[in-house]
Design a protein around this ligand. Structure first.
Ligand code: CA
Length: 154
């Protein structure tokens, strides 16, 4: 009897360890496109990388794929707040890189801010909201004439 109980205790410890080792998270991202200009929106392909302070990252190479809303919605349009859910390993995010491929008509994009909340898939616990203020163009024809932006709060 005692032997059986011991066996199950060991089994439970192993199962718990396996569970922790495979912990996964969902990154809930809110992205605000500017309302400052008629051409603030974009249809370009957008890349988002979220980093922890050690430089490990969770990447969304086509952010639209991770939309948290209808496929019919036109994302990244003027004045819109768009929401995405990106699955990945659990990291404490303090840095982001956002860029696009300059695709489509008037690809220049004005971004106000990006907010990230990390939700642990097992516990459903959420991190505090991390906000990255951007307030600039990601465009070739508007200052600072760059298609990517990095914000580092690490
Ligand atoms: Ca545009």
């Amino acid at each position: 009897m005692a032997k059986g109980v011991h066996f199950f205790s060991v089994l439970i410890v192993f199962l718990s360890l396996a569970f922790v080792a495979h912990s996964s998270c969902t990154y809930v991202v809110k992205l605000k496109t500017g309302n400052n200009d008629e051409r603030a929106g974009t249809n370009a392909k957008i890349l988002l990388r979220l980093y922890n302070k050690k430089g490990e990252s969770v990447d969304a190479t086509s952010l639209r794929r991770y939309r948290d809303g209808p496929n019919s919605r036109n994302y990244f349009e003027k004045g819109q707040l768009d929401r995405f859910k990106i699955p990945g390993k659990c990291l404490k995010i303090c840095k982001m890189e956002l860029s696009h491929n300059n695709g489509g008509d008037h690809p220049g994009w004005y971004v106000n801010y990006l907010e990230v909340t990390v939700v642990n898939d097992q516990t459903q616990k959420s991190s505090a909201v991390k906000r990255f203020n951007i307030n600039r163009w990601l465009a070739k024809d508007e200052p600072p004439y760059s298609l990517s932006v990095v914000r580092n709060l690490c």
